[in-house]
Design a protein around this ligand. Structure first.
Ligand code: SPV
Ligand code: MG
Length: 431
């Protein structure tokens, strides 16, 4: 009896999948490798059905002999273990992000004389419509909101990038790289006060009001499905914060991060160059507790941000605040620093983790940007936020083009710096 291997990520099993499964089963004893939630989320979209549900679904399909876990986009581990005579796949992976995976499968099959069997990929409209419906489903507030908590359970490190508009949201949603059989995307978006204010030409001093911030979030939500963390500045008055928590939760935002400052807020990266006042532990705990009381779901997170290192109040103060804020109900702690050297961030993580192994730690490595995600994860960090890089990269590009046009009295010289008209026209396809 010949043996056959197929890999499946789908959570919507349609007639096209059944047809290819039946063809594969005719070639021999069929083993299906089911991709884990983490792998699927990294390259496609968050699965609507969990890994266990997808395993059970495939186990009950006629012709499927066995179901095994495939814990990477790469087939290498399972192929070397099972040495199937055939690998079956649709022919859609001959190009695009799956091509390197296919190339590796071909090479490994070549090692022991296995064979790749490809059937024409069926991209019928009804299947496309199904996929579009699933995507739309993921953007529904109730489905989107809880995904940050799910990601925290699934992944050692959740990586988040700033978005302040529909287009930056799309970049955060869609940018994908594949390296060594591993696909990587950002897990979600940070609606930064700095970048939201900058996009509106305003300083980052809590001047852009909540209605405007909500409008930005809505613009992003219109075109994306990934979870959103809001930079909630100081959270404002406790009496206002409780209302805003409910609004954000209802919209499908996953978390708000509020910082323990009071009075006129200035951006943290000014540090002690400007006057900034830290809130008292008691008052900030009151704000956290009031916010937690207003939350209606188990999913929405209130994360407390500690400014002690920014304001040079010392490690002991930062740690005392962290433990007090967790006790008051904070679902996570963001520790911030504006030093290039990550030593104080690492020291905080070590000392915090010595007493609290569970509460998620968030960092924003704008200054300490040499540290890799792997190293942060090893130090006990759970969320890394790239808080301003899309704004900081777009601004000089726009400024250069504007200067070039002024200098040359025409747009020709600026053209090389711009995306071709054809590309911009089709960048956002019509539905
Ligand atoms: C933001 O992105 O607005 C932040 C992070 O709050 S920082 O700018 O580093 O203060
Ligand atoms: Mg901010």
């Amino acid at each position: 009896m010949k043996t056959v291997y197929m890999s499946f990520s789908t959570d919507l099993l349609h007639s096209g999948h059944i047809a290819i499964l039946q063809k594969a089963a005719q070639l021999g004893e069929l083993t299906v490798g089911v991709l884990t939630d983490q792998v699927i989320a990294s390259y496609k979209r968050f699965p609507l059905l969990s890994y266990e549900e997808r395993v059970s679904m495939l186990e009950n399909i006629r012709g499927v002999h066995k179901v095994v876990e495939q814990n990477s986009l790469s087939y290498a581990e399972n192929l070397r273990k099972l040495k199937p005579d055939y690998v079956v796949h649709g022919d859609d992976w001959k190009s695009g992000i799956q091509k390197p995976i296919r190339d590796e499968v071909v090479a490994i099959l070549g090692e022991y004389g296995g064979q790749l069997v490809e059937y024409p990929y069926s991209n019928e409209e009804k299947y496309q419509a199904l996929e579009e419906r699933s995507r739309a489903h993921l953007s529904i507030p109730d489905i989107r909101r809880g995904r940050l908590r799910k990601l925290l359970e699934m992944k050692p490190l959740v990586s988040i990038i700033e978005a302040h508009s529909g287009i930056t949201g799309l970049i955060a949603e869609k940018t994908t790289v594949v390296t060594d059989g591993k696909a990587k995307q950002f897990d979600g978006m940070w609606v930064s006060s700095l970048c939201d204010s900058t996009a509106k030409g305003k300083p980052d001093i809590e001047l852009v009001d909540m209605s405007s911030r909500l409008r930005t979030i809505d613009d992003i939500m219109e075109v994306t499905t990934k979870p959103i963390i809001l930079d909630g500045d100081t959270g404002g008055l406790i009496e206002h914060f409780v209302y805003n928590v409910r609004t954000l939760e209802r919209m499908g935002v996953s978390a708000v991060i509020i910082e323990d400052k009071t009075g006129l807020k200035k951006n943290s990266l000014f540090g002690t160059e400007v006057e900034q006042t830290q809130d008292s532990i008691e008052h900030f705990c009151e704000k956290i507790a009031a916010g937690k009381k207003a939350v209606k779901t188990k999913e929405f997170m209130i994360i407390a941000r500690i400014e002690s290192l920014i304001l040079e109040r010392g490690m002991e103060d930062a740690l005392a605040r962290a433990f007090a804020f967790v006790k008051a109900g904070a679902d996570g702690i963001m520790i911030h620093s504006r030093k290039k050297d990550p030593a104080e961030i690492f020291e905080f993580c070590e000392k915090f983790r010595a007493k609290d192994a569970i509460t998620p730690i968030v960092v924003v490595p704008t200054s300490f940007n040499t540290v890799t995600e792997e190293e942060f994860a090893a130090r006990g960090v759970n969320i890394v936020i790239y808080a301003n890089q899309l704004t900081r990269s777009a601004f000089p590009a726009m400024q250069k083009v504007a200067t070039t046009i002024l200098e040359t009295h025409r747009a020709k010289e600026a053209d090389d710096l711009c995306m071709p008209i054809k590309e911009i026209l089709t960048l956002i396809p019509e539905e």
